[in-house]
Structure formats: C-alpha cells, structure tokens
Write a protein that binds this ligand. Structure first.
Ligand code: F0G
Length: 355
C-alpha cells in the first residue's frame, strides 16, 4: 500500500506541477465524506446528505488544499516570502506551509475579528502578523497594493494555484460516490472555493469520469451577503467571522458558476447558522466552525421547502473545524453547565436529573 502524501502527489497529472517540482505538503486532502444519519431522518425527508469534513485537513480547514499548491509554486518561482489578507483560516494555513517550506509568511488580519484558534495557529507557526484597523476587504486591497512594492507572493485565492489545489475536493467526492451529487452546498465569502469546486466537477465530466455535474448552492451570512444583494457591501458583519466579507474576490467566476450549474445563492441569519452548527454537533457528532454550518443550514432550509427535491443526493462542505472558534461554541452552551460540590450525592443528582 502506498503511503498517502498529499493531494499534489495524488493528482499530479491534473495539476500544474512537473517531475522536478519540490512539493510542499502536509498530507492535506483525502478528507472523510460522512453520510448524515439522524438529521435527514428527523426531517422526514428522503434525501441523502453527505458532509465533506474539510476541518480534518492539517491546519483544520479547506485552505490547505489551495495552500499546498500556492506555496509549492511560490517556492518553485524562487519566492522567499508569501503574503495574504485573511479572516483567519488562510493565515493559519499560510503560516504552516511557509514554515514547512522554510520561507516567511506575512498575514494581514482584521483587528478583533478573527477566531481564537486561527490566531493561535498563525502566531505559533511564526507568521508576521499585521493587525489592521479595518476588515478583510481593506486587508485584501492593501495586499494587492503592497505586492507591487515588496518581494512577496500573494497566496489569497486570487492566486490561480489556490483554486487548482481546491478543485481536488470535487475529484475526491466523485471518486468516493462514483457520481457527482445533484447539489453541492458551500458557504461563500470570496467565492473562491465554490468556483474551485465547479472547476473540479466540470473537469472530471470533460475527462469522462462522470456524466453529470451538481447544481452549486452558495450560502452567505445575512449581514455579509453581497451575492444576494447583487452588489458589494462596505460594512459586512456576522458571527461567522470566516465569511465576514463584503467585496468577494471571485465575483465574476461565482456568477458564472451559478449560471452554468443552474444553482443559486441564498443567505442565512446568524441564528440559523448557529442553530445548524449545534444541530450537527448534537445529532451527528460533527463539529464545524460557524461559517461552515451555513452550508448545512441552507441545505436543510431548501430541503424542507422542497426546493431541493426528495430523492436528491446532496453534499455540503464543512469548510473548517469547530475548534477554530472555541469562544463561539462555548458561548452557545455555557448556561448548560452544572456546578456542584465535590461530593457523590451531588454528582448522582446531576446524573439522575438529566437522564
Ligand atoms: N468557510 C471558511 C471556514 C472560511 O475560512 C472561508 C474563507 C470560507 C468558508 C469561504 O470561502 O472565500 O472561498 O468563498 N476564509 C478566508 C480566510 C476568507 O481568510 O480564511 P471562499
């Protein structure tokens, strides 16, 4: 049996690398596709829902798929430093892959608006953290400007190698199921990932691996929903900080995906997003971060309304691990904790009263 050594090695005939390319990998990709059990049954709807648990990538998000490609190509081009703006996960991934490559990472993050786990990752991997008094969109604008004035390679999803790496998630889904799903649901921020998935699905169809492609469904947070508004937003806000983005970088690409695939965009309130996150943890044992739960929240709403028909096969991408944002998780449940004295009677009562 061959040891799994990451997605570039696995798909090197479909990625822009050569035999001499030094691959920078942490064993990313090959994530579980888990079929939901309790949630569809309790909804009383005959749909197959699978979640692609991208939180199990090396740094806990799908960003690693793109980052292995972006950093591999930056190193191949002789770059000694990478830079990104980030709502958190890209910075964590860039920091880790830069460490692996032995190059420098500069990350611009919005002050006070990145989840604790992501900040810890960027810091411990030794990235230079530049906190800005502004949001992700400000950071992205600055990164594009500064790249003309300093020797740094941009590893945001405007770097085409990022999407090349991320398209492999669609390959894995097709190989595992033996077909493409009817619907693929994703949370949308910059819309790079939904565009990358569509590339992957269409590529495998053209290649003759499947004869169908899914309708692509993109879900945004209500306070950060430029695709629903139909124009950019200047003050995005949501508890799902990963997708707190008002000026998506892959705007045109994503509208093409919607048209070509026959899918749609929709938005979810923060309450709906958090409720879906909790439902998935309590009913299925799967912990994703708030932004990721937008895909499940959206899918459930559209299944209930019949927009997604019974008999459909649905894949939802869980983009990031729940441990990325411990504060939001704890704040949802802390009233449920039982506090007692260290005596057996009180432990027993706590058990018997809560059976
Ligand atoms: N889910 C999570 C957990 C994310 O971190 C992101 C993006 C998305 C969904 C949206 O993906 O931008 O391709 O539409 N996070 C970026 C970051 C912006 O900086 O980590 P998208």
């Amino acid at each position: 049996m061959m040891r799994y050594t990451g997605l570039i090695e696995n798909y090197k005939d479909r990625l822009p690398v050569s035999e001499s390319t030094r691959i920078i990998s942490l064993g990313e990709g090959n994530t579980p596709l888990i079929r939901l059990d309790n949630i569809p049954r309790e909804m009383g709807k005959a749909v197959d829902i699978y979640v692609k648990y991208e939180g199990l990538n090396p740094t806990g998000s799908f960003k690693d798929r793109g980052m292995t490609m972006a950093v591999t190509k930056a190193v191949e081009a002789g770059s000694k430093a990478i830079i990104c703006a980030s709502t958190g996960n890209t910075s964590a991934s860039a920091a880790a892959y830069a460490a692996r490559a032995g190059i420098k990472a500069f990350v611009l993050i919005p002050e006070g608006k990145i989840a604790l786990g992501k900040l810890a990752q960027a810091m411990i991997h030794g990235a230079v953290i530049i906190q800005i008094k502004g949001n992700f969109d400000d950071g992205m604008r600055l990164v594009k400007e500064v790249a003309d004035h300093a020797p740094v390679s941009i590893v945001n999803s405007i770097n085409p190698y990022r999407l090349q790496g991320q398209k492999t998630a669609a390959f894995e889904i097709i190989e595992e199921l033996g077909f493409a799903p009817d619907y693929h649901c994703l949370p949308v921020g910059n819309a790079g990932n939904i565009s990358a998935h569509w590339m992957g699905y269409t590529e495998y169809k053209e290649y003759g691996k499947v004869n169908n492609t899914p309708k692509m469904l993109g879900y945004q947070a209500a306070g950060a929903a430029p695709f629903i508004k139909g124009s950019m937003i200047d003050d995005p806000d949501t508890i799902a900080t990963a997708i707190r983005i008002g000026h998506p970088q892959s705007w045109d690409l994503a509208w093409n995906v919607q048209k070509e695939s026959g899918g749609w965009f929709d938005s979810l309130t923060d309450e709906e997003i958090l409720a879906a996150q909790k439902l998935l943890t309590e009913k299925e044992g799967i912990f994703c971060e708030p932004a990721s739960a937008a895909s499940i929240a959206g899918a459930m709403r559209d299944i209930k309304s019949g927009k997604i028909e019974e008999g459909s096969k649905v894949v939802c991408t869980l983009t990031g691990h729940g441990l990325k944002d411990p504060d939001t998780a704890i704040s949802q449940c802390k009233d449920e904790m039982i506090n007692i004295n260290p005596v057996m009677d009180e432990v027993r009562d706590a058990i018997l009263n809560n059976m």
